[in-house]
Design a protein around this ligand. Structure first.
Ligand code: ZN
Length: 294
């Protein structure tokens, strides 16, 4: 099994480490990147000797989010076996758009959240919007002191990323601030909010994450996976999953709104002129009138 964007290693007995390795693009996520990450998670879930899975990233930044430059996303998606029932991504309009995002974004993140092994994300540098969909599904997060968590979707005219964990990650008040301002949350503040477990110097990130993994791997797996299920069930008892589905529907209401107004799934007067360019070159026609912020 070889991947272009993922490195799979076993640094110690009982521990698998998946290293996202697209540093030249700040680990931006296109279809291939996400399917390879999913395959790596599947491999770690399947291998019986793996008790704890570390998700790390090479380069200066953990992940800059979804790769908005990907234009041949339909063909790219079909190179991989689907992992969810949502496969009608070539259908016209919102039906196709939702199907693609139900597979690649909400489908993958929900799936990774439910892996019956303990997952630990090691986050450095920027972790922006879609980047949150990689670390938030993990059970534990270790951040380096230069880590920044940021949501920029509102500036694109969309009400948050597809897998809407914000209120559970930091509480409703701070979630609103993060979304409404687009301002980054630093590592230490993220720790105080409960979004991050530990903050360590950048040079110590790999070793500190490994030490935490080692501690968890020394516990009986029967108990660790039951703890995971119990805590996740507590979130679900609070209506997490239903709330996610509402947020995802609103996310697609926004995509459809901008498609109706400008022929683009995001607000072209927002921060992402490059999205306009990528869609203009791709198969979704760009027929925008002069953008004006409403
Ligand atoms: Zn979307």
């Amino acid at each position: 099994m070889t991947w272009d964007y993922m490195i799979y290693e076993k640094p110690e007995p009982g521990i698998a480490r998946i290293v996202m390795n697209r540093p030249e693009a700040a680990n931006a996520q296109d279809s291939q990147f996400l399917y390879e990450l999913n395959a790596a998670f599947d491999r770690a879930a399947r291998e019986d000797d793996v008790k704890v899975i570390i998700l790390a990233a090479n380069g200066k930044h953990f992940s800059s989010g979804h790769d908005v430059r990907e234009t041949d996303h339909h063909d790219n998606q079909e190179r991989y076996a689907p992992v969810t029932p949502f496969q009608q991504h070539r259908r016209a309009g919102a039906e196709g758009r939702m199907a693609r995002e139900e597979e690649l974004y909400t489908g993958f993140s929900e799936r990774w959240r439910n892996i019956p092994k303990i997952t630990i994300a090691a986050v450095q540098g920027k972790c922006v919007s879609g980047g949150l969909l990689l670390c938030w599904p993990c059970d534990l997060i270790v951040a380096s002191d230069d880590a920044q968590f940021q949501e920029v979707t509102v500036a694109m005219g969309v009400a948050g990323v597809e897998w809407f964990a914000h209120p559970w990650e930091m509480g409703p008040r701070k979630a609103k601030e993060m979304l409404l301002t687009g301002e980054p949350i630093g590592a230490e503040e993220a720790r105080q909010l409960g979004m991050v477990n530990r903050v360590v110097p950048r040079a110590d990130l790999a070793e500190a994450t490994l030490a935490l993994a080692r501690k968890v791997a020394s516990q009986p797996t029967m108990a660790t996976k039951m703890v995971k299920q119990a805590v996740n069930a507590a979130e679900d008892a609070q209506g997490r999953h239903s709330a996610f589905q509402v947020a995802f529907a609103l996310h697609h209401l926004a995509h459809s709104h901008w498609m109706e107004v400008y022929g683009l799934p995001v607000d072209p007067s927002g921060i992402h002129g490059n999205i306009k360019k990528s869609y203009a070159e791709g198969e979704e026609p760009f027929r925008a009138p002069k953008p004006a912020r409403a």
